[in-house]
Design a binder for this molecule. Structure first.
Ligand code: CTP
Ligand code: MG
Length: 610
């Protein structure tokens, strides 16, 4: 297998990084997805991972091609210019094919870029500096390519997992712990997903580098904190990159600054420019939305080549340090991320979280709830240390002060954290999940705040329904948006989940055993039951149920077809239909009272299989 990297600019980093750089991709993946059973105790720091990923992006290009079979031609063409480390293939939502190529050195990538041309015919097109290119068909008879033993590292590497297949695999797991681990392994943001997100950041950096002397575009949030799933959004921060070199007092020639005029801060004015640049000079950026008068001004856009939705803000280094903190907690014990994934997935399934902003909890505070639970001392001990513990152990090199003097200093090298500070409890994921729900089913939300700094509940400073202390700015509540009703729903859903999980552990395995009942959207549960053939896990294909041009199938017709195909009794079908709110009068067109159910049926019909 090809090497991940061959060179790296920053030579001041530790041996660990050098070792990693020379290690094959498979071992790098291990760092992202360790199993509960792994024994390696060697921790990579967030800075090392970020440095490695940024370097990788500087040596990579994303090239649109005709199809996956363009590989050997592209490989042959590019290897005339530079040594290739590896090529990954993926498709975007529009079905267009792309290859992410990683070269050996940044210089070789520059050489390739110098040889690029622009569109042949259209003089109005002004070529863009960008790592996103396309591969033109050869005007002459195709060169005979030297046969290469190289292979694509990934094919269709960006494809979201098929949910039905995932549920099938979860059904066949031996234990609930296996289910939780499998859900994490199958749905976490993969290597290509991370590479593409760093490419999107690098693309902006290239545009801004031509305008600013010391700019960096850094990903933060779930794309980099280890809690991201495939398809997650990309949070980006535009910030000054004040390296030691930039602030060296011995360097006497200094850039003249342009004073910003007008009432608003200079960054906000620049964000207006960013919006314009995204529309005019960033290839692949579409649907640019400027939200500049909010408390944290952002520019949102969709990147159509990578299918990533981006939120770009500025000067938010505390967001980056928060991602670092979450990364560290996630890497400290291999059970943290799988448990958080399950909890995030459950919260989405029961409708506690929602992709739109509102008066409900979001994934970030939910993740803090998981970390907080893992800090609690059970009879077997705790799993994660308090943040206070990490702050007390911080050294000089761990000092970080973010904007508005937010102190983000905490121990960053987990290798020097004594073993007795973490992983004291050896419970499996199943036990932890049940205890998580039980813990919050009994938590005193009325009086207490969740505080990972202390690692124990603290008194709430105000009467907001849900109080989760912002770890880096402890006077702030990260869940201040959550309404009383949503907090009540959270309490009742954790109680339901605890009950459901516990009940499922006794007796025979129902169809939705273990975590299945927790993560399956309520609306689709009855439908799956309805379409299941006999007692097997096989489901009737909806194409057997609906003819292609059959928009007006009657309920009576549907019932008898279902009865025949699923070997179920009429009574059972009536029961499930009633539960699904699909009841109507006999022999009338089906009316779905509930939009969610209707959408689900139409989605299934569209996909023609369940
Ligand atoms: N953040 C923060 N304080 C908040 C909200 C967010 O510091 N009150 C930071 C966190 O580092 C968080 C990041 O901003 O991870 C991005 O926030 P968000 O996109 O809401 O959460 P993600 O962790 O990225 O989760 P998701 O996958 O839902 O996007
Ligand atoms: Mg996010």
């Amino acid at each position: 297998m090809s090497l991940l990297f061959q060179t790296i600019k920053n030579t001041g980093k530790s041996q660990t990084l050098k070792k990693l750089i020379r290690s094959p991709i498979s071992s790098c993946k291990c760092l992202l997805a360790r199993n509960s059973s792994d024994v390696s105790r060697k921790f990579l720091s967030f800075d090392e991972v970020v440095l490695q990923r940024r370097d990788e992006a500087r040596r990579s290009l994303v090239i649109q091609v005709n199809s996956e079979s363009s590989f050997s031609e592209l490989y042959g063409y590019c290897s005339n210019y530079a040594t290739i480390n590896g090529i990954h293939h993926y498709k975007n939502a529009g079905g267009e094919h792309f290859m992410l190529i990683e070269f050996n050195t940044e210089d070789s990538l520059k050489e390739i870029l110098q040889s690029c041309s622009s569109h042949q015919k259209d003089n109005d097109i002004m070529a863009l500096q960008s790592p996103f290119l396309w591969f033109r068909a050869s005007p002459v008879k195709k060169d005979k390519l030297a046969s290469s033993s190289s292979r694509l590292i990934t094919k269709n590497g960006n494809a979201a997992i098929d949910e039905d297949m995932l549920f099938g695999e979860l059904t066949n797991c031996a234990t609930v712990s296996d289910q939780i681990q499998l859900l994490y392994d199958r749905t976490m943001l993969n290597d290509l997903g991370i590479r593409l997100r760093y490419m999107v950041a690098r693309q902006l950096e290239i545009v801004f580098e031509s305008l600013y002397a010391n700019i960096a575009v850094r990903p933060f949030g779930s794309s980099v904190n280890g809690f991201g799933r495939m398809g997650c959004d990309l949070d980006l921060v535009l910030s000054n990159n004040l390296t030691d070199e930039m602030s060296d007092a011995n360097k006497r020639l200094v850039y003249q600054d342009k004073k910003s005029e007008g009432g608003r801060g200079p960054w906000q004015r620049h964000m207006e420019l960013v919006g314009e640049l995204l529309e005019l000079r960033v290839v692949g950026a579409t649907r640019v939305q400027r939200i500049l008068h909010a408390r944290v001004p952002i520019v949102k856009y969709a990147h159509e080549f990578t299918d990533v939705d981006c939120d770009l803000c500025y000067n938010n280094m505390s967001g980056v340090y928060m991602s670092e903190l979450l990364w560290m907690y996630g890497s400290l014990d291999p059970r943290v991320r799988p448990l958080a994934f399950l909890v995030r997935r459950w919260a989405a399934a029961v409708g506690l979280t929602n992709q739109h902003p509102g008066r409900w909890i979001t994934n970030f505070p939910l993740t803090l709830m998981v970390l907080f639970f893992l800090q609690q001392k059970t009879s077997n001990g705790f799993i994660l240390p308090s943040l206070k513990n990490l702050v007390n152990r911080a050294r000089k090199q761990d000092m970080r002060i973010a904007e508005e003097n937010v102190n983000c200093t905490f121990l960053r090298d987990m290798n020097i954290l004594p073993q007795e500070c973490y992983s004291q409890n050896q419970s499996n994921l199943e036990t932890l999940l049940l205890q998580f729900f039980e813990y919050y089913a009994q938590f005193d939300f009325q009086e207490k705040a969740i505080c990972i700094n202390e690692g124990r509940p603290v008194r709430k400073p105000n009467a907001l329904p849900l109080y989760i202390v912002n770890p880096l700015a402890p006077s702030l509540n990260v869940s201040r948006n959550v309404s009383y009703e949503e907090c009540e729903r959270l309490k009742s859903e954790v109680r339901n989940a605890a009950w459901q999980l516990e009940a499922g552990l006794e007796g025979e395995r129902p169809d939705d055993w273990g975590v299945l009942g927790l993560i399956e959207k309520k609306a689709s549960r009855g439908l799956k039951k309805l379409l299941r053939v006999g007692n097997s896990h096989r489901l009737v294909s909806v194409k057997d149920l609906f003819n292609d041009n059959d928009e007006n199938i009657s309920e009576g017709g549907l019932r008898s077809k279902l009865q025949r195909l699923t070997q179920t009794t009429a009574k059972e079908i009536k029961q499930v239909l009633a539960n699904q709110n699909v009841e109507g009068k006999k022999d009338q067109k089906i009316k779905f009272k509930n939009n969610q159910v209707a959408n689900e049926v139409y989605r299934i019909r569209r996909n023609k299989m369940v």
